[in-house]
Design a protein around this ligand. Structure first.
Ligand SMILES: NC(=O)c1ccc[n+]([C@@H]2O[C@H](COP(=O)([O-])OP(=O)(O)OC[C@H]3O[C@@H](n4cnc5c(N)ncnc54)[C@H](O)[C@@H]3O)[C@@H](O)[C@H]2O)c1
Length: 352
């Protein structure tokens, strides 16, 4: 980290006074997809933390967090604004960015199962939306005199095809789903626009985040949370894959910590790429159920029933089950130690 000269251009500067004034003040943050699962958790974590580092490496209090989403987000904190809009709509995105946003966490997306079912929607939100946002950030950077930081949530789904185990950082992207292809396109855009100095981007290839609270979503990986969450609520859950299937997981706590860490890193930490394989936990689905048994007992774990769904198994089995995540670890990113601790964290955070 920071051990060699950055090949990326440092953020663009102007000599205008506004630049200097701005750096004496506060941080304004935009979270796209701010009404979603990770967006809301990220917002809560940023509010608790209270400050972020600017492109100069100076820590400033967070003055405003804007949550941009197609759905409204209730909030009691005066620092938080909820803004409804469409990420693929240039006007909506310009309004969301305003003239004073310093940092963007780009989480808005159509998730894997839905992007596979509805190609056009996935392209519009995941590809067109990302381009609209990055172009708007570029324009904002021009008017402010420095490039905004953009943290993009990519996915392990950018990998596929025949894969080594574990997958090294240098492995080529061969997505086997529309979602994976759309995330890969987003990463390329973010890398090139960072290279040009238009933005200061960082793309995190997140493992599957587990355990997700609430209701099942349209991600192909949704069952990985359902088989823990539903039994802990006394409900039956179907597991659509074989117990031997291995998956790459991360808890919501660690995901949020790693997103914030990615924001805080200096641009010089990124040499050849802005894309990071985030460290995770490689675990078999059968071991997940065993950890549930260890933490919550037989009655709870016996609520999980295995019933194969080939369409879901095909998508999830095409994803890598382990990474070296060498670069991510060197940057200081962390995984969970074991799956039982992920179950316990879910109980602490969501079931009190
Ligand atoms: N949760 C995971 O396991 C996981 C794993 C890897 C990557 N990711 C990525 O992390 C990000 C957040 O994931 P999440 O689990 O919180 O998903 P989520 O579905 O809970 O949140 C995504 C949000 O994006 C919003 N959105 C969808 N279309 C939009 C549009 N046109 N304009 C504005 N907002 C729109 C949705 O309303 C939703 O609130 C996504 O980019 C996802 O692809 C998640």
């Amino acid at each position: 980290m920071g051990q060699a000269k950055a090949l990326f251009r440092p953020p663009e500067r102007t000599s205008c006074c506004a630049f200097a004034d701005r750096f004496l003040s506060t941080m304004n943050v935009l979270i796209t997809g701010g009404g979603g699962f990770l967006g809301r958790k990220l917002c809560a974590a940023l509010l608790k933390r209270g400050a972020l580092t600017d492109v100069e490496g100076q820590l400033h209090p967070i003055a405003r967090i804007r949550l941009f989403d197609v759905v409204p987000t209730a909030t009691a904190d005066p620092r938080v604004e909820s803004l409804i809009g469409d990420i693929a709509n240039t006007d909506d995105v310009r309004v969301a960015l305003g003239e004073d946003t310093d940092s963007v966490f780009h989480l808005a997306a159509v998730v894997s199962g839905e992007a596979e079912r509805n190609f056009d929607l996935g392209m519009r939100v995941n590809v067109d939306g990302t381009r609209v946002l990055l172009e708007a950030c570029r324009a904002l950077g021009r008017s402010k005199g420095y490039s905004p930081k953009v943290i993009f949530t990519s996915s392990l789904a950018v990998f596929g095809g025949p894969l080594p185990d574990p997958v090294p950082d240098e492995w080529p992207l061969m997505p086997q789903s529309s979602y994976g292809a759309q995330k890969a396109i987003g990463e390329l855009l973010l890398n090139d626009m960072s290279r040009k100095g238009f933005i200061d981007g960082r793309a995190l290839r997140l493992p599957t985040i587990c355990v997700r609270p609430g209701r099942p979503n349209k991600a192909a990986s949704s069952f990985l949370s359902s088989i823990i969450r539903e039994p802990l609520s006394g409900l039956e859950a179907i597991c659509p894959v074989e117990p031997s299937l291995r998956v790459w997981l991360l808890s919501p706590r660690r995901a949020i910590e790693n997103l914030i860490l990615a924001h805080e890193l200096p641009a010089t930490a990124f040499i050849h790429t802005r894309s990071i394989n985030v460290p995770g936990l490689s675990v078999r689905v059968g071991e997940m159920v065993q950890a549930l048994r260890d933490v919550a007992g037989d009655d709870v774990a016996n609520c999980v029933h295995f019933q194969r769904d080939e369409a879901i198994e095909r998508i999830v089995a095409s994803w890598p089950a382990a990474f070296t995540a060498t670069f991510g670890r060197a940057l200081g990113m962390q995984a969970d130690p074991d799956f039982a601790s992920i179950v316990r964290a879910y109980l602490e955070d969501e079931c009190r």
